[in-house]
Design a protein around this ligand. Structure first.
Ligand code: ZN
Length: 353
């Protein structure tokens, strides 16, 4: 076996208000699709272990961790959800569920080295890529990917490539590694979008980290073909040149054509294409890959796309390859943006010249 799936019903213990898109159904529907797919038996299924407070402290301030613990306690005693911003809530079991999500990547990593597994999907919630060191936002509490990066580095994974294809910019991950050349952060996202003023390509890192933060802000309506061109022309060359020993993917599925929040047009087969690029990079750089669930709010599209991602990591195929591929709304606009990004980053990365 080369693929593992970290999943657990306990991820459904974090509850949002009834009309909130980040619902427990996201994972219960996925679990049903997974059981009905050809994957069980071909995948090593792993139960996650909660991250310790020391492991979380590699990224988050202790005052912030305490605050989340306290908000969960208030939710329990008041029997009401506690909001920390306009759309980010804690329920009675949120604190422990968030610790489980923060630990899932570490569980996956440990299992990979013990069992010769080179790819993993970590099906967690709450998601993580908007979470800053001392502030949760955008449905995110702990930055699950960042906690995995920092603890993996302690175990000898020195160069980590973080790829974020969620429709929203991964502002939290960007901020955490902005001055750090040991972590390459590359985010493709709809722009302009949420968070406001976040994710422009000229935000390219600072100090020693200059050139190691690469945003690909794509116009609304970029479809399968535009994303594929961005992967071929930017993601693949810079990742190969960076030579990571670990690749982490913030795999959100809210760029799917059926998603209620995003306006990108990626089909389920399109996500398979993006995963194919990641598999190629895994093989070329001889590194392991862990994909973390971030957004994705049409439960059926989400479930099918995660299955497509897992199939592609496992054997290069997909169970949903009959689904129609989508076109860019304005291919010229997409190509111009890809060219702007390439030109800007060619000063740092010769592979983009
Ligand atoms: Zn998102």
């Amino acid at each position: 076996m080369r693929l593992s799936l970290v999943h657990d019903r306990r991820f459904q213990n974090h509850v949002n208000p009834a009309s909130h898109p980040e619902s427990v159904k996201r994972l219960s529907v996925f679990d049903k699709y997974f059981q009905e797919s050809s994957l069980p038996g071909k995948v090593s299924e792993i139960e996650p272990v909660e991250a310790s407070e020391d492991e979380i402290a590699m990224v988050h301030s202790s005052a912030y961790v305490e605050k989340l613990k306290e908000c969960s306690e208030i939710a329990e005693y008041s029997n009401q959800l506690v909001a920390i911003d306009g759309d980010t809530y804690l329920s009675p079991k949120t604190y422990e569920t968030a610790k489980l999500a923060a630990g899932a990547g570490l569980t996956s990593l440990k299992n990979m080295s013990d069992n010769n597994i080179d790819s993993s999907f970590v099906a967690v919630r709450p998601p993580g890529h908007h979470a800053l060191a001392a502030k949760g936002m955008g449905f995110c509490l702990f930055n699950n990917v960042a906690v995995t990066v920092r603890n993996a580095q302690k175990q000898g994974f020195n160069r980590v490539f973080v790829l974020d294809w969620d429709v929203h910019h991964g502002n939290g991950t960007e901020a955490i590694f902005y001055d750090d050349p040991s972590v390459f952060f590359l985010s493709l996202h709809q722009f302009p979008f949420w968070p406001p003023k976040s994710g422009w390509y000229k935000d390219d890192g600072k100090e020693d980290g200059k050139g190691y933060n690469l945003n690909v802000p794509l116009p609304a309506g970029t479809g399968d073909r535009g994303y594929k061109r961005a992967f071929e022309q930017i993601v693949e060359p810079v990742c190969e040149q960076f030579q990571p020993d670990l690749i982490l993917v913030s795999a959100g599925y809210d760029a799917h054509i059926f998603d209620p929040l995003g306006q990108q047009q990626i089909s389920t087969a399109g996500f398979s294409d993006l995963t194919n690029s990641v598999s190629k990079l895994r093989d070329k750089t001889k590194s392991n890959v862990i994909c973390f669930l971030e957004g994705g709010y049409n439960t059926q599209a989400l479930a099918e796309s995660v299955i497509a991602t897992m199939n592609t990591l496992e054997n290069g195929g997909t169970e949903y390859d009959t689904i129609k591929r989508t076109m860019d709304e304005d291919p010229n606009q997409v190509d111009e943006r890809i060219l702007d990004v390439k030109k800007h980053f060619a000063q740092y990365w010769s592979s983009l010249k």
